[in-house]
Ligand binder design. Structure first.
Ligand code: PMP
Ligand code: GLN
Length: 386
């Protein structure tokens, strides 16, 4: 085999994801898993039944259409209109993908050339770094710093170069829980227009906002024609294993993303697409209850983590809480998380893996609160041993 590394150099050092590592550690040690972000209760029963019924009725059991089934594309456009007043054409401006993950991959592979620079909010979700690398482009972090985790927009302005092609914006933001304000969004939009940049917005936590409101960047002046908006059913409907995601944008952008997407999975999740179409049409009460439940869980876990001695940064959105371990006399989040199962029987995620500027994330640790109250209570009682 010679001495040449097997793994393509663009993926060198990317090993296995932190989520896989930490979930395996939780399983091996029987720990409470507050690491990987998935709910411990499935979404609505009637939506699960709709998926089962679609399988039994033979809807979606063979390759669905490349852009997604028409019923789901229609439901996505209705959702964008209902929540944000944004009108999209279901035939040319919507694309169904294998989760937001595939949408991110397809968008980056479609829109980037080697040598392009992508400015992304740091800490960044792990697949951003991998997909930017696979596209041969370079990531440029705009670091959100504790305790407030706000973007410094003067710094953003200074990071833009003639090579900048794209801004990759995630709001509500994983892992910090930051929700961008109208002013922040306006400045980002103005910079994108001024420098003629493309924008990808990852909005998978759009319905998990506890303070302020989710506002799609695509709704701002000049943004519709340059923004690829991405979301998914995983977080909103508590079916992370179904992997139904989608893209909305101008016909030109969606066509570009579809070109890459068709050679990644081609299509996926046929019967689940029917069920997600139903889910997107659930009444407001569904979305309100989801948010209220998670708000209660956020406060329960935040109080418990504070009582255990962590510095707690209360998130405005998402189902994650970031903490600092420094008050516990600890400095290294990665080492802390690797030892935590043995010390306390709890698993968390070290935020440092989402940073290039590792100093900014070294002592930060993320906890998922999309779990039963009793599980959160047991976890915080175990953490009091620290
Ligand atoms: N973006 C962010 C910010 C996420 O946290 C996640 C994780 N679930 C994804 C994208 C991927 O979403 P999906 O499971 O729909 O692929
Ligand atoms: N998005 C989830 C998280 O941030 C994990 C998804 C994954 O395992 N890739 O925890």
């Amino acid at each position: 085999m010679g001495t040449r590394p097997l793994l393509n150099r663009r993926l060198a050092g990317m090993g296995s994801t932190i989520f896989a590592e930490m979930s395996a550690l939780a399983a091996a040690t029987g720990s409470i898993n507050l690491g990987q972000g998935f709910p411990d209760r499935d979404g609505p029963r009637e939506i699960a039944e709709a998926a089962a019924q679609a399988v039994l009725d033979g809807r979606g059991n063979q390759y669905p259409p490349g852009p997604g089934i028409p019923e789901l594309r229609a439901a996505i456009t209705e959702h964008q209109q209902r929540f944000y007043g944004l009108a999209y054409d279901p035939d040319t401006e919507v694309l169904v993908t294998a989760g937001a993950t595939e949408a991110i991959a397809a968008a980056l592979l479609a829109l980037l050339e080697p040598g392009d620079e992508v400015i992304a909010l740091e800490p960044f979700y792990d697949s951003y770094a991998a997909c930017i690398a696979m596209a041969g482009a370079t990531r440029v972090p705009l670091t959100l710093r504790a305790p407030a985790f706000r973007p410094d927009l003067d710094e953003l302005r200074a990071l833009i170069t003639p090579r900048t092609r794209l801004l990759l914006i995630n709001t509500p933001h994983n892992p910090t829980g930051t929700v961008l304000t109208p002013d922040e969004l306006r400045t980002i939009a103005e910079l994108a227009c001024e420098h003629d940049l493309l924008v990808i917005t990852d909005e998978v936590y759009e319905h998990l906002v506890f303070a302020g409101a989710h506002r799609p960047l695509a709704a701002l002046p000049g943004m519709r024609e340059r923004t690829v908006a991405i979301s998914s059913a995983g977080k909103t409907f508590s079916f992370t294993g179904w992997k139904v995601g989608w893209v909305t944008g101008s016909p030109e952008l969606v066509a570009a993303v579809r070109t890459a997407k068709q050679y990644l999975t081609f299509v996926s999740a046929g019967p689940f697409q029917y069920a997600v179409a139903d889910a997107l049409r659930l009444p407001d009460s569904y979305f309100d209850t989801l948010r209220a439940d998670l708000l209660r869980k956020r406060d329960l876990l935040a109080a418990g983590l504070a009582a255990a001695g962590f510095e707690v940064f209360r998130p405005e959105g998402t189902y994650f809480i970031t903490t600092d371990i420094t008050p516990l006399g600890e400095t290294d989040g990665l080492e802390f998380c690797r030892k935590l199962p043995e010390r306390c029987g709890v698993v968390a995620i070290p935020n440092v893996v989402f940073y290039d500027n590792t100093e900014a994330g070294r002592s930060l640790v993320r906890w998922a609160f999309c779990k039963a109250d009793s599980v959160l209570e047991e976890a915080v009682s175990r953490l009091r041993r620290l």
